[in-house]
Design a protein around this ligand. Sequence first.
Ligand SMILES: [Zn+2]
Length: 284
Amino acid sequence: MVSHCCICGAEAFVQLYDKRPERYLQLEQTYHIVRCQQCDLVSVANPPAAEELPRLYDETFFSTAQQQVMSTTVIKNAKRRLALLQKYQPQGRLLDVGCGQGNFLSIANHLYQGIGVDISEYAVRHGREALGLDLRSGDFLTMDFAGTTFELITMWDFIAHVLNPCAYLEKAYDLLSPNGFLVLTTGDIGSVSARLSGKRWHLMIPPKHLHFFSTATIRQALERSGFRNIVIMWPGKYVPLEFILTKLGRMVDWVWLEKQKWPRFLPQALYVNLFDIMTVLARR
Ligand SMILES: [Zn+2]
C-alpha cells in the first residue's frame, strides 16, 4: 500500500473506486484508485512491487496494432511528434525514456543523436534487431549515462506507468543540459472525457497505469522537480482501427472482439482527439 502522495507527500487519500485489471493480464488483484486530499493526484493505492513491473511489458503488450514496429500509424504519429520537437529544439542529443521498440527514435534519428531506454527486454531486443538503434534495457532510474547530457528528453506515454513519477522527472532534469526540454504525454483525468467515463475511462488501466494526472498535478510534479516554462496542449493522434477493437474488447471483456482482424480493404486508422491526452513541454 502507498503511504504518502508521491507529489506532495500528504498521507490522506479519498477512496474513489476499485478497478479490475484487463482480463488478458490474468491478474487476480483488484486495484484501489485514490485521490490525494492535498494535491488531487489520482493514483493506484496498491500498485505492484517494482520487480513485478517488467512482466507487464512483454510480447503481448508490444503486439497490439498501436505498438507494431513502424506501422503506418506509428510513423504518422512519430512525424507529428517530431515536428513539435523541431519547433523547440531543432538538433542535439535526444534521450527517449520508455522507448519501447524504438519507433519514435527511428523517425527522429536523422535529426538528433538518439538513445532509447526501456524496462522491457523484449522491446529493446526486438527494436535493436529490427531497427538497428542504440536502445538499452533496464530501469531509467538506475542507469548511468557516463556524464552525457541531453538537449531533449522525451517520455511518450511513459510517466503514468512508473511507481514514483517525480523521481523520473528529477532524473530527467539532472540529465538535461541547461535550457534543454522535456516533452511528455500522459492522460488528463481532468478532461471532460475522463470525467464522463469515470472508472471506465480508456486510460484507467491499472496496473499498467499507476498515476492519473491533470493539468494541475502534472504541473506541480514538474515544478517540484525543478522545471519551468511549462506548456500543455491536447493534440489528437492516429489510432489503428484494429487497436480500437482490441481496446473495446478489453473494456467489455469480449475476447473474440479483442482478437478480430480489421479487414484490409477498409481504412486502417482514424484520427482521434478526445482531448484527454496531454502533451507537456517543460524547460530545464
Ligand atoms: Zn498529493
